[in-house]
Design a binder for this molecule. Sequence first.
Ligand code: PGA
Length: 252
Amino acid sequence: MDRRTLIAGNWKMNKTPAETESYIKSFMKLLHNDSRIEVLLLPPFTGLERAGKLLSETTIALGGQDLHFETGGAFTGEISSEMLKACGCSYVLVGHSERRALFEEGDRLINRKLHAALAAGLHPILCVGETLEEHRQGQVEERITSQLGADLAQIKAAEASLVVIAYEPIWAIGTGETATPMGAQGTIHVIREWIAAAYDQNVAETMRILYGGSVKPENAASLLHQPDIDGALVGGASLFPDSFAQIVAASH
Ligand code: PGA
């Protein structure tokens, strides 16, 4: 099964709208179009509108870093799926480990957000991953499959193929530590088998599963060439047009 590679840049809480514009202009010059690779930028909410205008005539996709599960109303500080779509987003991150750890997002909330994203026609990128403690105790599989079960509750097979999963071991995020290509491949293979059992073989073979956690130009190729790794969710190294373009190039 041919799954299209997805290389996503999660800028987190970085870049003003003006910085977003200058990044995109530089990045466009460095990128070589290849229809087998989809490139996605995830700026903060305040940069989305400007990014959407600049990217509208390009093949680069745009996404939000989070969303609220309601479509509108009295939810101070929140952003809806409709607002993301109006800016040109086709993707949204759901359940990033920083949302889980720093903002106390639990699986129930993440499940509601996934349903909301799918109802709006957005591709959710569901992030899962274990802590260092769980990693050391050999609880990776248990942790990941419990997150998947709770987060994907009541999501039907037809919708599940639209979900992208990002396996991001928490101990590898922003630390410079990266899972080994074999280690990441092993866990992502477990995720794909879990999807096959929970849904069916077709969903498992269609669904894209990314690796995230200190992906850099130097380690991207060895991770991306693993058979079950369909792309990367990149944080720190996506903040610079040249390093992000090098990661995209490494996936060819
Ligand atoms: P990192 O972040 O590449 O800086 O480790 C990845 C992420 O949090 O998505």
